[in-house]
Ligand binder design. Structure first.
Ligand code: MG
Length: 432
């Protein structure tokens, strides 16, 4: 591998992705403030267009507040199939500049062009090429901001400097200047929890952080974070760009869901749970994995607690987990274990439900079932997966889901299970 300081890393980031995708598909929405909501009637905005952002509307704004800030905002229900399609096209473009292309989230790619930039002259040409191809091949309204630098940390920070449709290069010379005008939370990996702990120590900027001795950071943040903070403040990051096929297999798969309304009876709650188990298990199977750790979590609404209750005014959660003796990969079995975990819980006024299958291992390392009934069931499951993959999610589904609106899979901005999302993704147009 080449010297880490002489690398050239590009970070390309689609601008206001979900909202711009809607404006691309429907020209009537262009130049107008648009907010994408998960579904009609949902109260939270998951993406805002460039125009809506000018009014202060952003990801996570409540629709009620968004309408107050911007009365003309047009709310559009999310269409995840559309976003996934555009995302794949975008990743395909990025991956054509280097075999070292990492899809970091649906709308972000890191590309290590150290060895390949010469084919386009330099990294600037690649940046312009990406922008042009995005408009030509994906849609004339799509834009991306591109950052260039000698590592991932700074390339990402560079792409955030100018939005939309920006281009920025962070070099050794302007690196500290850019870091010092950035907020600590602008940098990937420094989350809110860490920010709060730093703030309590009076550290509010990267220059404050550079003034701290490593021993001081070690005392307060331990061996991992002390080094991470020390390096970040100096713009040092030696992490490699990892192409999707080299990303290690997932350690767990799961699905969480916040309901539209309070779920008050056990049957309703179990139906949603069964639905989430089906999706989590399907994800595991798509990655050819099975697991033997199951976690199940429910949360109730704060509104549902009466004044005389001690917990009045607070949301309450139930959480439980179980480690099994054998590996499972079916929604039916996962549901069965969750039912055991939650057998004693008070299932009332539920607003949130989550399920996780962990301790994953490869399915082809498992022994073939000895009983005919189990083999038949495995056969049935793989046929169902085949049909659903071909004709769409939940074309065939368990009878337990009858009589309820099915909760469909959803793509989140950052995909924890990238390997699953991109299972069928192949780079077809590699330059080298
Ligand atoms: Mg973006």
């Amino acid at each position: 591998m080449s010297n880490v300081n002489s690398r050239i890393i590009i970070h390309a980031d689609l601008n206001s992705f979900f909202a711009t995708a809607e404006q691309q598909a429907n020209p009537a929405l262009r130049t107008k403030p648009v907010g994408v909501v998960k579904a009609r009637g949902r109260s939270c905005i998951i993406a805002a267009s460039v125009e809506a952002k000018k009014y202060g509307v952003g990801t996570g704004s409540r629709t009620y507040d968004a309408k107050k800030l911007c009365p003309d905002i047009i709310l559009v229900p999310a269409d995840f199939a559309k976003y996934e399609y555009i995302s794949r096209r975008f990743i395909e473009i990025c991956a054509s500049y280097s075999p070292l292309c990492e899809a970091f989230s649906l709308d972000e790619c890191f590309i290590d062009v150290t060895e390949t930039e010469k084919f386009w002259g330099n990294a600037f040409n690649i940046a312009f090429d990406i922008k042009e191809r995005l408009r030509k091949e994906v849609g004339d309204y799509m834009t991306c901001s591109v950052g260039i630098s000698h590592n991932r940390l700074l390339a990402k920070l560079a792409s955030e400097q100018i939005k939309p449709d920006g281009l920025f290069w962070i070099t050794e010379d302007n690196m500290l200047e850019v870091l010092d005008r950035s907020k600590l939370t602008d940098v990937c990996g420094l989350g809110f929890g860490l920010w709060r702990r730093l703030a309590l120590l009076g550290i509010d900027s990267f220059s404050d952080l550079r003034a701290c001795k490593i021993e001081f950071l070690y005392k307060h943040f331990g061996p991992f974070w002390s080094v991470h903070l020390y390096n970040t403040a100096r713009g040092i990051d030696e992490s490699a760009v990892v192409p999707i096929e080299k990303i290690p297999q997932a350690k767990s798969v799961g699905r969480t869901y916040t309901t539209h309304r309070l779920l008050n009876n056990k049957l309703e709650i179990y139906k949603v749970l069964r639905n989430l188990c089906e999706e989590a298990a399907e994800k595991a199977r798509a990655m050819k994995l099975c697991g033997r750790y199951v976690a199940f979590c429910l949360r109730t609404s704060p509104r549902s607690w009466s004044a005389k209750d001690q917990n009045s005014g607070e949301a309450r959660s139930w959480y439980g987990h179980k480690t099994l003796a054998r590996y499972i990969d079916s929604g039916r079995e996962l549901f069965g274990v969750c039912q055991q975990i939650g057998a004693e819980w008070q299932l009332k006024d539920v607003i949130f439900c989550g399920v996780t299958l962990g301790m994953l291992t490869r399915s082809d390392w498992q022994t073939i079932p000895i009983f005919k009934a189990d083999r038949k069931r495995a056969c049935l499951t793989s046929s169902v997966d085949f049909i659903n993959k071909r004709y769409g999610n939940y074309t065939v589904f368990p009878g337990q889901l009858l009589g309820m609106p099915i909760v469909m899979p959803e793509v989140t901005g950052f995909f924890g299970d990238r390997k699953y999302r991109l299972a069928d993704f192949k780079v077809t147009d590699s330059p080298v």
